[in-house]
Design a protein around this ligand. Structure first.
Ligand code: FEO
Ligand code: CA
Ligand code: CA
Ligand code: CA
Length: 646
């Protein structure tokens, strides 16, 4: 039945709550337990350390990048940054040159898209471990209309032609890149591809394919969707394809969803009476009162094969529908594949899908539809350090006709309501979820949640809980999952019960009110806030990029990329490798197999409050008059060419 307490309330966005940074007793318990597990010597180390303390024990040798918040980017001393591909760069020989005053939808379709987020480096040829030649597979999450077009306000008062540019600037890019000497170059080769919101049909597969709730006037079969939307983070599969998460799809729809047959469902996903969706002014598809099933065709994980430019991309409905930050794979000891995904919104959940079939490393084609059959579960964290995966299976527990579910398709289309009913743990905006290939432990970046309330709050869903222990949490945390079975490939990611720890609680460790926690010796420059994306280098060190630091620190600090050991004396001691230009978040961290290059996606540079096309807060990376800031992929490397961090 409909439980209003579980509804997302977009009108709550921006509501101020009283500051209260008390670090809950529950979190102290979890950290103390972790310290006990690490041994007595480590116990003292769990206390916040003075900002002036030196980094001790970290395997990372660099000194933190300068913490300066202005229109420029910065790297740690001894490193260099190279811009590899920018918004508007030509991916094909017939692409028009970038001209911000003359962008067209057709031209943008042949150019690198806007707001680059997830980035994978897929070596060429397929199956090789090349670190100098490969495909950058990039998500383009959204558009900053007011920075892309002159005379457009922050609400995006764009015309139909500008909508077409934006639709083509969304989606995905596959870009062949090659390193010549020390320079990364774009190759306009046969693999280059754009998959946008214009033109390309995505096949729908899995239990919800063809379901009546996915059918529209344009697609009466419910199996073919034009485009992919708000692609945030992603992942790669063991068989060499790319997964991409459709995140905040709700904001593109206009009209009053409460007047439609999908009212309850749309309310739970934030598809509401909304007039700020400019595409809906020009395209009926985005008018929810006329096309109320269209939102059900987004919020999925899509899979595509970058090595076959003629292949059709696929929406994999078995993985559930929510605001997928990303989707990352691990092969379990028995050969099944686990896929982790966060639902990035306040008080939403962490999910895991486990395939029914097994990965076949010898036959790539045999894995083609592996993600269509399996079990989706959602995470419940206990105060005693256990974590249970609760299955979302039609007919089990509350997921029955009595609660309005007729099939597994309904469970998947309304994954959020399904997860509410089984009692999952509401998280502080879970973004990337990624597994350390060396240790087999999995990490969840919970970016922040300033609406997290005290233990006695009236709305139980908003109360602090063991994995989300801070009231008014503005700096986020990284949660560590420990599957049973052993290290690395022995870790059983298909198990029903894991253990968990708090790995990092973000914020300034020198501020006693922050409740921040790191390993011993984190520096005044090395701490982080608002963790978003996670990557691992070949040595199994974690790399975390942030989205929101400028608003978490006073004076503002740039977002960045931070590295840390996950084991040993340098465990959870973060160090800053990169500082972003004003307004930008940092996404990706993606390493080449040799660990000598890390690709970072610099998203929405110049987005700082009050920015316009004419007066952006940064013109990074071109710094030319009249040229707006351009979201770009950069390669960060050591000047001497050696492995990063060593
Ligand atoms: Fe698109 Fe959750 O960041
Ligand atoms: Ca993100
Ligand atoms: Ca990642
Ligand atoms: Ca984010």
């Amino acid at each position: 039945m409909h439980d209003p307490a579980n509804d997302f309330e977009p009108e709550d966005v921006g509501v101020e709550r009283p500051m209260a940074t008390t670090f809950s007793a529950i979190a102290e318990t979890r950290l103390s337990r972790r310290a006990a597990l690490l041994g007595a010597a480590a116990a003292g180390a769990m206390a916040a350390v003075p900002a002036a303390a030196q980094t001790r024990g970290s395997s990372l040798t660099f000194k933190d990048a300068p913490v300066v918040y202005d229109d420029k980017s910065r790297v740690a001393e001894g490193y260099r940054e190279q811009v590899v591909v920018r918004w508007g760069d030509s991916l094909f020989a017939d692409a028009p040159a970038f001209d911000p005053l003359r962008q067209t939808g057709a031209g943008q379709e042949r150019q690198f898209g806007y707001n680059c987020d997830f980035t994978a480096f897929m070596p060429l040829p397929l199956g090789s471990k090349s670190s100098t030649h490969g495909l950058l597979c990039v998500n383009h999450e959204y558009c900053n209309s007011n920075l892309m077009f002159p005379g457009v306000n922050a609400r995006g008062n764009i015309n139909k032609e500008q909508c077409e540019v934006e639709m083509s600037a969304h989606g995905l890019s596959v870009v062949e890149v090659k390193k010549e000497g020390s320079a990364w170059k774009i190759v306009q080769g046969r693999y280059n591809r754009r998959l946008s919101m214009s033109g390309m049909a995505f096949r729908v597969a899995g239990p919800a394919a063809g379901h009546p709730r996915l059918r529209t006037k344009e697609d009466p079969t419910g199996t073919l969707v034009i485009g992919t939307l708000n692609n945030c983070a992603g992942g790669t599969t063991p068989w060499g394809t790319v997964l991409t998460g459709e995140e905040n799809f709700n904001g593109y729809f206009g009209g009053d969803a409460s007047k439609t047959p999908e009212a309850r469902n749309h309310r739970r996903y934030g598809v509401q009476a909304y007039n700020g969706a400019p595409w809906s002014n020009h395209f009926e598809r985005f008018q929810v009162e006329k096309s109320w099933n269209e939102p059900n065709r987004f919020g999925w994980v899509c899979e595509y094969d970058p090595y076959d430019p003629n292949s059709s991309p696929v929406k994999r409905t078995a993985l559930g529908r929510f605001k997928h930050e990303g989707a990352t794979c691990v092969v379990c000891p028995d050969g099944r594949v686990a896929v982790y995904s966060g639902d990035d919104e306040r008080f939403e959940y962490v999910y895991r899908f486990v395939t029914a079939g097994k990965f076949d490393p010898k036959n790539r084609a045999a894995n083609r539809n592996l993600l269509d059959e399996g079990t989706l579960s959602v995470a419940k964290f206990e105060a005693d350090g256990t974590m249970r995966w609760l299955p979302l299976v039609f007919g089990q527990g509350p997921l029955t006709q009595a609660n309005g579910f007729e099939s597994q398709a309904d469970v998947l289309i309304e994954a959020r309501r399904s997860a509410d009913l089984v009692g999952a743990t509401p998280m502080d905006r879970p973004e990337d979820v990624e597994t350390n290939p060396v240790t087999g432990r999995t990490y969840i970046a919970c970016t922040y949640n300033e609406r997290r309330a005290a233990a006695d709050a009236a709305d139980a869903r908003t109360r602090v809980n063991p994995a989300n222990p801070r009231v008014d949490n503005r700096t986020g945390q990284v949660v560590e999952l420990i599957p049973p079975g052993g290290r690395g490939a022995r870790a059983d990611h298909a198990a029903d019960v894991f253990r968990w720890e708090l790995f990092i609680l973000g914020g300034d460790p020198a501020d006693p009110k922050s409740g921040a926690k790191y390993g011993p010796g984190v520096s005044a420059e090395g701490w982080l806030a608002a963790p978003d994306n996670i990557g691992f280098d070949p040595k199994g060190r974690i790399w975390i990029s942030t989205d929101g630091m400028p608003t978490q620190a006073n004076p503002p600090r740039p977002d960045g990329a931070f590295g840390a050991d996950t084991e040993g004396p340098g465990r959870a001691v973060t160090k800053r490798l990169y500082a972003a230009p004003s307004g930008a978040e940092v996404c990706s961290p993606c390493f080449t197999p040799d660990g000598r290059t890390v690709f970072l996606a610099i998203q929405h540079p110049g987005e700082a409050r009050g920015s316009t096309f004419d007066t952006p807060s940064s013109r990074w990376p071109d710094f030319r008059p009249g040229i707006p800031p351009r979201p770009s992929i950069v390669a960060v490397e050591r000047i001497d060419g050696k492995e990063i961090g060593t």
